[in-house]
Every structure is written in structure tokens, then in C-alpha cells.
Write a protein that binds this ligand. Structure first.
Ligand code: SF4
Length: 409
């Protein structure tokens, strides 16, 4: 029986479980089937890897699983003891801890452990940690680690920048062909990019459904529904999945079915999720009749600039346009636009201790946006995976006080 404070599931979620299960099955069976495995950062050149016939594995997705299952808290100290600071990315430390212990939620998906890489491919558009992370495995397994160095704090994504990044993506082809033992085919890449773009546009529609009042979707739903947009982009099953989900959401919106019954306030979430506390936070917001309708995080996998007719420059533009690698002026402009589009009453910033790259409350951005938008904000101190850095009591109280503040605006 529903208590009224539980999140509503979507019928499409069943299909997501199937396609994600198939994906993990392919990763498990890859070596027997003679398919090579490439590790890829979440905003790395996944389409290029797929076009060369690789099974593509995303360790950040594994990091999020370790957080959501709360395994991370026990695993992080193992990586710390190995020489990785407790202050660096807790995806990295939980993932390496998981490898050192030989314990992973992937074992429930039919894998013996994390899939061994034949090559690791990073993009530093999000942080340096991904490169250090991948290089550690490259040393463990004696396999190549190659990648793209994208500048940070980008203002305009202009032609020289796009050319610089596109050239780096193109230069990956030779080493990737050598490991895969296949020949690059530009038409195959164009096909995959077209499919990836379709997936991205559908994912955008999923998130935009939350602009409806009441919103049929919350940020917490989004963190679950985003899996295929991250790991299956470029594949037809992800497109089919989001077609089904969009239809369901648009129907709920048309019927006025809100994800938060009696929605009173609409909040924007800036920064990483607290993976181990998603359910608790979702429940608290439902109790406060406050819907977290939009986030920077879920919107980071919208890659509209992908272009099958100009594959390398399109990928370069898409992957250099993401929020995390932009200048503070661009970030401010983006959040202001989102606040308007989603009818936001307040902004919550998650200052995630081990991810300064995705914590945007440290350089006066909240104050500038409060001034600009005239809406209140709250900063939550916590972490994406390390629950030792998250005070449940304090956060609960602060969110309650914030909701109270929203009633006064
Ligand atoms: S962006 Fe943050 S959470 Fe993601 S890999 Fe880099 S440091 Fe870790």
C-alpha cells in the first residue's frame, strides 16, 4: 500500500531493466565472443568505440552503482590504504576499492567482476581524476590508456577549440584499430552518431517533461532513468526505451499527474547526486510537497551538437559544451535559463567534498544567481559516494528550513 510519500515508478522501467541486463550480458560474454572491451569516461568518444566494434564499459556508472548500493563506504578505505587520498573523487576510490576487494554489484548482473579493459579511453572534459583512474588500471593490466585533453572553463565553444578537440578524437583511430583488429568505417560512425543524437533528443524530451506544472518527473527519477542515455547511447535499444518513456511522461503531464502529489514548490538541484541517499531525499521532498524538477547533472547527457554529417567536429562540439567544462559566466547563464524554463522557486547546491569539479557553490555563483533571479538557495555539504562526509540529520533540517523559506518568498 502506498503511504503517499513514495515515488511513482514508470511502466517503461521494466524495459530499462531488460536493456541494461542485455548490455551487462554482452560485457560478460565479450571475451568469449572475441569482442574487445574499451573503458570510456561518461562523456568520452563512445560512438567512435562502438563503431570499431568494442563493447563499451563506463566505470562512472559502476561508481554510481557502488554509491547507490552503499557498498562505497566500505570500499573507499581500501583505495585510501593503497595511496589514493580520501579527498579525491569517491567514484575513483570506491571503484578501485571494489577491484581490490573483488566485490561489485556487477556480480548480480552475471559478471565475474568488473570487465577487464583492452584499452581505456578518457576525456578530461570533466576532470583530471578520470585520467589518473584509467591510468591505474592501464598499469595493472598493461594495456593502453589514451584520450582527449579538453580545456576547462570554456567560454565560447569556438571553431579553434572544436578543431583542436576533433583532431584529438580522429587521432585515436589508429591506436584503437590496432587494439580492436578492425578497420575504421566512417559510414558506421555516422550511423551510430545519428542514433546517439536521436537518443539524446529523446532524453531531452524526458527531462523537459518536468517543465509541466505539476511535473511528472523528479530529479531522483531522472538519476535512475538516465542509465541508457549514458551507457547505451548510439544503440537502437536506448532510442526505443526513451520513446516509451517519453510517451508515458507526456501522458502523465496531459492528465495533470504530478510526481509529487500536491506539488507546492519547484527546486533545481545543482551538483552531483548523493547516491546512497536518493530514496531518503526523494521521500523527504515528497513529504514537503516540493518537486526537484531539474538538475545540471541529468542534463549533462544532452549532446545536441552531435552531427552525422560532420562526425568528429560534431562530437568535439558536443563533448566540449557540457556544463562541467564551461566558464562560470556560462554556468550562471545556463542555470538562469533553466530556472526560467522550469519555473524554479529555489536552488539547492550540493557541495560534494570529493568532486570539486561538479560543485559550483565555491566561487560565489549561488550569491550571483540569487541576486539575478531573486530566489533563495541552499548549500548542502555532502558527497556523491562517501557517506561519511554527509550528515543526514543536518541535511534534513536544512532542507526543512529551506522549504519553510520558500513559503515566505
Ligand atoms: S567529475 Fe567528479 S565524480 Fe566525476 S569522475 Fe571527475 S571527480 Fe569523479
Amino acid at each position: 500500500m502506498s503511504s503517499g510519500s513514495e515515488r511513482k515508478d514508470f511502466a517503461a522501467t521494466k524495459m530499462m531493466k531488460t536493456i541494461m541486463g542485455n548490455y551487462f550480458g554482452e560485457l560478460a560474454n565479450g571475451p568469449q565472443q572475441g569482442r574487445k572491451t574499451a573503458w570510456c569516461t561518461s562523456v568520452g568518444p563512445a560512438e567512435l568505440l562502438q563503431s570499431l566494434g568494442y563493447n563499451v564499459y563506463f566505470p562512472e556508472n559502476h561508481g554510481a552503482m557502488l554509491g547507490a548500493t552503499r557498498m562505497a563506504t566500505d570500499l573507499i578505505p581500501l583505495a585510501n590504504a593503497h595511496g589514493f587520498s580520501p579527498d579525491i573523487c569517491s567514484y575513483l576510490t570506491s571503484d578501485i576499492g571494489s577491484y581490490l576487494k573483488g566485490a561489485t554489484p556487477l556480480q548480480k548482473m552475471g559478471l565475474a567482476g568488473i570487465p577487464k579493459a583492452d584499452v581505456l579511453v578518457f576525456n578530461t572534459n570533466q576532470c583530471r581524476d578520470v585520467k589518473d583512474w584509467f591510468q591505474w588500471y592501464a598499469r595493472q593490466w598493461n594495456v593502453p590508456c589514451i584520450g582527449i585533453h579538453t580545456p576547462r572553463a570554456i567560454g565560447d565553444v569556438d571553431a579553434p577549440l572544436v578543431d583542436y578537440v576533433a583532431k584529438q578524437i580522429e587521432d585515436l583511430i589508429g591506436p584503437l584499430e590496432a587494439v580492436a583488429g578492425t578497420k575504421f568505417d566512417i559510414d558506421r560512425l555516422r550511423e551510430i552518431i545519428a542514433c546517439s543524437r536521436e537518443c539524446t533528443l529523446l532524453w531531452k524530451r524526458v527531462l523537459q517533461s518536468a517543465a509541466n506544472v505539476p511535473s511528472p518527473l523528479t530529479f531522483f527519477d531522472g538519476t535512475i532513468q538516465m542509465g541508457p542515455a549514458v551507457v547505451l547511447r548510439g544503440r537502437p535499444d536506448a532510442v526505443q526505451y526513451y520513446q516509451a518513456l517519453v510517451a508515458e511522461l507526456e501522458q502523465r503531464a496531459a492528465e495533470g499527474q504530478g510526481a509529487v502529489p500536491g506539488e507546492r514548490f519547484r527546486v533545481y538541484w545543482e551538483g552531483m547526486p548523493v547516491w546512497g541517499k536518493l530514496r531518503d531525499l526523494a521521500t523527504q521532498f515528497i513529504e514537503l510537497k516540493t518537486c526537484v524538477v531539474a538538475s545540471t547533472y541529468c542534463n549533462s547527457w544532452i549532446f545536441e551538437a552531435l552531427d552525422p554529417s560532420d562526425p568528429f567536429r560534431g562530437m568535439a562540439r558536443a563533448y566540449s559544451s557540457i556544463f562541467i567544462c564551461r566558464s562560470d559566466d556560462e554556468k550562471e547563464r545556463y542555470i538562469a535559463e533553466m530556472a526560467d524554463k522550469f519555473h524554479i522557486n529555489g536552488i539547492i547546491y550540493h557541495d560534494s567534498k570529493t568532486c570539486p569539479n561538479n560543485s559550483n557553490s565555491r566561487y560565489e555563483l549561488p550569491q550571483r544567481l540569487r541576486e539575478r533571479l531573486g530566489i533563495p538557495y541552499l548549500v548542502i555539504n555532502g558527497d556523491l559516494n562517501d557517506l561519511r562526509l554527509f550528515s543526514e540529520e543536518q541535511t534534513r533540517t536544512n532542507i526543512e528550513a529551506f522549504a519553510e523559506q520558500l513559503t515566505e518568498v
